[in-house]
Design a protein around this ligand. Structure first.
Ligand code: UDP
Length: 328
């Protein structure tokens, strides 16, 4: 600001993270549905930093306006409140369709609604592990999870239908359990539940006997994988996930250990060690889930780079900071 001329210097004005300056030929117009959500907002950050023009559409049912608010006003960024079950006209080069509630309490709030937003993703699995892309899924069609699982399946059916019928260029990412900052701390997912419970000194709730397994990937790995897939010519489904498999019981102990490490480093005194308690297992909870990511490695030269320990430590620090500012 120059008080003498009462004007602003635009060469120094920068309230945005530094975005790459791409030549117009390399700059893409990219639509991200669900761009205000957990996964969507991290993808939007990366696409913006890479210098693309990004349009977010979101109905803010589970997404929050604050996740991408740091881009509002940037010339490469647009945000529209819109529900993807209604038609939307836009010209663009790429579409990432990420609009769909992902946590059980959220997608069960409106089960038929969740089914209708069909987004490509993995389905519940029990019979085959590790799971390759040839796996056709194992779903109880009348169970409470079905609206989510069947939604992913029908999304793939629709996607390849558009490819066959209209020649649409398609990519299908089968995304396995993912965690990271901006994950809603109260949406009931295991990573957020365990970290928040341990940070607050509350008992950690393992559902069932804790022998069921999951493997967890950090959000930045997923974003790398999705962008690599989009820009590849692989039109078959591709698993994007981390192959490190944990029983939920062991995972609870690992989270507790990492929370304690962070607390010790920060000189936080604990009143007592948090206990691990057992609660009833939800209906149709898959017993085993681990991705086989050979295809992603071969086709996209992608593989996860974040170990679970590294990712969890970042996530613990993120929630700890939220707690300190009083928003947790
Ligand atoms: N889970 C748990 N305690 C919790 C929340 C979840 O033991 O506080 C279990 C849940 O039963 C499941 C696993 O952790 O076996 C992963 O649950 P999440 O909802 O995070 O993901 P999904 O079931 O969709 O893989």
């Amino acid at each position: 600001y120059h008080p003498d001329t009462n004007s602003i210097s635009y060469t120094t004005l920068s309230r945005f993270p530094p975005v790459k300056l791409l030549p117009p030929s390399a700059r893409k117009r990219i639509l991200v549905t669900g761009g205000a959500g957990f996964v969507g907002s991290h993808l939007v950050d990366r696409l913006m930093l890479l210098g693309h023009e990004v349009t977010v559409i979101d109905n803010f049912f589970t997404g929050s306006k604050t996740t991408v608010s740091h881009w509002i006003g940037h010339p490469n960024f647009e945000m529209v409140r819109h529900d993807v079950v209604e038609p939307f006209m836009i010209e663009c080069d790429q579409i990432y369709h990420l609009a769909c509630p992902a946590s059980p309490p959220h997608y069960q709030f409106n089960a038929p609604g969740s089914l209708s937003v069909a987004r490509p993703r993995c389905t519940a699995t029990q019979k085959s592990t590790p799971q390759t892309e040839d796996y056709w899924g194992h779903v109880n069609p009348i169970g409470p999870r079905a609206c989510y699982d069947e939604g992913k399946r029908v999304a793939e059916t629709l996607t390849y239908g558009f490819q066959r019928q209209d020649g649409v260029d398609v990519r299908v990412a089968r995304i396995f359990n993912t965690y990271g900052p901006r994950m809603n701390p109260y949406d009931g997912r295991v990573v957020s539940n365990f970290i928040v419970q341990a940070l607050k000194g509350e008992d950690m709730t393992v559902y069932g006997d804790g022998t069921q397994t999951r493997s967890f990937q950090y959000i930045h790995d997923l974003v790398d994988g999705m962008i690599a897939l989009m820009n590849s010519d692989e039109s078959r489904p591709v698993n994007i996930g981390n192959g490190d498999e944990f029983t939920i019981g062991d995972f609870a102990k690992l989270v507790r250990e990492i929370v304690e490490k962070v607390q010790d480093e920060d000189g936080v005194k604990r009143k007592r060690r948090v206990e691990i308690v057992y609660e009833p297992i939800p209906t149709d909870d898959p017993q085993k889930r681990r991705p086989d990511t050979t295809r992603a490695k071969e086709s996209l030269q992608w593989q996860p780079r974040w170990t679970v320990r590294m990712g969890l430590e970042e996530m613990v620090r993120y929630y700890k900071a939220k707690m300190a500012e009083g928003s947790l």
